[in-house]
Design a protein around this ligand. Structure first.
Ligand code: PEP
Length: 245
């Protein structure tokens, strides 16, 4: 039985003034122990959020694939661990779009996170043009094939299916479309890692809100949600946590 995970992605939002939201989300997580909750905040907020939230896992949204070196402006897994992060997102579609990251980059970053004991939320998902062309399933399969790190296991890896066209747009796929992609992702995981695939959580991400979370979370093979905009305040995020409980 896979426990549901509701993870927030604050993207480039959040100053210390928002630590009250972290505290309120941590309190809601503690009050709903049936569901795992995590928050991926900007690098600068990791240590303050860890200090403010005690038991709530705090994560990053990216890291460099190397352990150290001449990479101006980048951050390593060891640095994330030192400031208290226990997980990180890799391969988010905004990084694929803005920083031209590839599935191979996501693979290398996931492996680096693993080396440093960070739990990985590995993202995949098609563009609107790819969906319109009937290629969504093949794109997701190919992204998983190219980005899943060796020896992936539920203890340190979670997959997130996030159709790019659903992120921050208020649009979501139909529940049947979500079910279809999650089934395909599960089958792909099974081909790649065998029985371990049964335990790997597959999150859905893309315009999840308190209003649609219960329906989405009830879909087969949806083991939680990766939430952007609606994770920025406790008022919007807590109903999603409750829907998963
Ligand atoms: C995300 O950033 O991963 C995301 C799913 O964003 P939103 O919930 O705002 O669509």
């Amino acid at each position: 039985m896979r426990r549901k995970l509701v993870a927030g992605n604050w993207k480039m939002h959040g100053l210390k003034a928002q630590l009250g939201e972290v505290e309120a989300i941590a309190a809601a997580a503690a009050a709903n122990p049936q569901v795992d909750v995590a928050l991926c905040v900007p690098f600068t907020l990791i240590a303050p959020a860890v200090a403010a939230s005690s038991a709530l896992p705090i994560g990053a949204q990216d890291l460099h694939e190397a352990d150290k070196g001449a990479h101006t402006g980048c951050i390593s897994g060891a640095m994330l661990r030192e400031c208290g992060a226990t997980l990180t997102i890799v391969g988010h579609s905004e990084r694929r779009a803005d920083q031209h990251e590839t599935s191979h980059d996501a693979w290398a970053k996931a492996a680096a996170a693993r080396r440093h004991g960070l739990h990985v939320i590995l993202c995949c998902g098609e563009t609107e043009a790819e969906r319109d062309a009937g290629r969504a399933e093949r794109i997701v399969q190919s992204q998983i094939e190219k980005s899943l790190p060796d020896g992936a296991s539920p203890e340190w890896l979670t997959l997130a299916y996030e159709p790019r066209w659903a992120i921050g747009t208020g649009k979501t796929p139909t529940l049947d479309d979500i079910a279809a992609i999650h089934a395909i992702a599960r089958a792909k995981l099974r081909m790649m890692v065998g029985d371990a695939a049964v335990g790997i959580r597959i999150l859905y991400g893309g315009s999840v809100t308190g209003a649609n979370a219960a329906d989405i979370l009830a879909v087969d093979n949806v083991d939680g949600a990766l939430v952007g905009g609606a994770s920025l305040t406790a008022e919007k995020f807590v109903p999603i946590i409750r829907a998963a409980a």
